[in-house]
Design a protein around this ligand. Structure first.
Ligand code: AMP
Length: 181
């Protein structure tokens, strides 16, 4: 199963992706986690990404797409993956289609997690990540609306909408139902 999870920052994509990884036995590929791992290891990619992440801006697509391309080429991702935080722009979505087409692959489903803004801002302030200060959260929301929300129209009828408000396990069951329908 090749799956993309869409949703605003704080919608619970990371949490739900981990539950899906365990339920479906396919890797969770989070571009945010890959960047944070690079920052932790002090790599050049990490140093470059950090400037953008600290401000809540998008890391340039070329860097991001190359990182995703190599991650998806790893053996554990050959039979499927859950993408979390990628694509974040329609250009990145085009790049993803190309990466998959090179391997005669396509996405099986695009899940859109629906939450309202009050809920996500509260969740993000509670998780206390380095880029979770109020100003940076506000900027990430604006970037989401301008750059990422257009993906809903881009994927059109490939989108499966899931109500992401409620108990973590209940939301997980809704996603499983949505992807198996
Ligand atoms: P996340 O963990 O998905 O909330 O991502 C944290 C930060 O990493 C974002 O605010 C961006 O700065 C950067 N980032 C993650 N994924 C992408 C992406 N697909 N394109 C550009 N920047 C990204």
């Amino acid at each position: 199963m090749r799956l993309v999870l869409l949703g605003p920052p704080g919608a619970g994509k990371g949490t739900q992706a981990e539950l899906l990884r365990d339920a479906l036995g396919i890797p969770h590929v989070s571009t945010g986690d890959l960047f944070r791992q690079n920052i932790g290891e002090g790599t050049e990619l990490g140093l470059e990404a950090k400037k953008y992440m600290d401000a809540g801006d998008l890391v340039p697509s070329e860097v991001t797409v190359n990182m995703v391309r190599s991650r998806l080429a790893e053996p554990d991702a050959v039979n499927g993956f859950i993408l979390d935080g990628f694509p974040r722009t329609t250009d990145q979505a085009d790049s993803l289609e190309k990466i998959l087409a090179e391997e005669q692959q396509t996405l099986n489903a695009v899940v859109s997690l629906e939450v309202d803004e009050d809920v996500v801002v509260k969740r993000m302030l509670a998780r206390g990540r380095a880029d979770d200060t109020e100003d940076v959260i506000r900027n990430r929301m604006q970037v989401y609306l301008a750059e990422t929300a257009p993906l809903i129209a881009y994927y059109g009828d490939r989108i499966r909408t899931v109500d992401a408000i409620g108990d973590i396990d209940e939301v997980h069951q809704r996603i499983l139902r949505a992807v198996s329908a």
